[in-house]
Design a protein. Structure first.
Length: 268
């Protein structure tokens, strides 16, 4: 069985306070975009995890696809051994949620393929145990997220009449470092009060708290945002804790721009 885990972008991101469990309370809007990995799961004689595409750093035992399988196996011992193959295309360490999407989609495939009978709410609960962004990818629709990112409220937001430019400068931002640079606090404009129907107004209304420290440490990332505005973006921002920058342009209105040869650039 094959599914294609997609990425997300953050529209606004406020870090409100540090929690007693070491995490942070935040608020953000998640919006899905059609930039995909590919995930195949088949029954096997023994558990296998393989991957292709972008190199995945770190210990394979920490991969969220493997963790998703192990999480369900604990509660569903009848789950057979599987071969999971992940073709990685979504940039890693970019703030696009690719790893979270892969883990959530693994839960979805296993639930469907092996008739586990889990509801959407149950899948979201398992996804929350994998990571803060994972529950979003169960429903995979625009939402306002609070808490660690796992408390989701659907948001009526249709951006199909706009074009998106994603630029990843191949800089890996450590999320723990990024949180450590922040002083949490209440936003000037809570996201629930943003004029979501007026995309050009977002330039003045939406703030990603991570931009100030990340742009200071990596000025090239801030330069990408500025370049998008110079070339006609109605809104541009870093996604998540970076380092990908997303620009929203009029439909089919993304102009030609020169980028460094090692950048990964996606037009959506």
């Amino acid at each position: 069985m094959v599914l294609f885990p997609n990425c997300k972008i953050n529209l606004g991101l406020h870090v409100l306070q540090k929690r007693s469990d070491g995490f942070h309370d935040l608020e953000t809007v998640f919006y899905p975009l059609p930039l995909y990995d590919a995930l195949e799961i088949v029954t096997a004689e023994e558990p296998i995890f393989s991957h292709s595409g972008i190199e995945i750093p770190g210990d394979e035992g920490n991969n969220l696809c493997r963790k998703a399988y192990e999480l369900l196996k604990q509660d569903f011992p009848q789950l057979p051994a599987v071969h999971i193959h992940l073709h990685k295309n979504i940039p890693i360490g970019a703030g696009l949620g690719g790893g979270s999407s892969d883990g959530a989609f693994t839960l979805r495939i296993l639930n469907t393929r092996y008739n586990l009978g889990l509801s959407t709410a149950q899948l979201e609960a398992y996804a929350a145990r994998l990571g803060s962004d994972c529950p979003f990818f169960i429903r995979n629709a625009p939402c306002l997220a609070r808490g660690r990112g796992e408390l989701i409220t659907p948001l009526q937001l249709d951006l199909s009449q706009w074009s998106f430019l994603l630029v990843h400068p191949c800089i890996h931002i450590n999320t723990g470092w990024a949180f450590g640079q922040l002083t949490p606090g209440a936003p000037a404009l809570p996201l629930e009060k943003v004029d979501w129907a007026n995309v050009p107004a977002w330039k003045e209304q939406l703030v990603n708290d991570f931009e100030t420290p990340v742009f200071a440490a990596y000025p090239v990332i801030g330069g990408i945002k500025e370049k998008m505005y110079r070339h006609g973006a109605v809104f541009a921002a870093m996604s998540g804790s970076g380092s990908a920058v997303v620009g929203i342009f009029p439909k089919n209105g993304i102009p030609e721009m020169r980028w460094e040869a090692h950048y990964r650039v996606f037009r959506i």
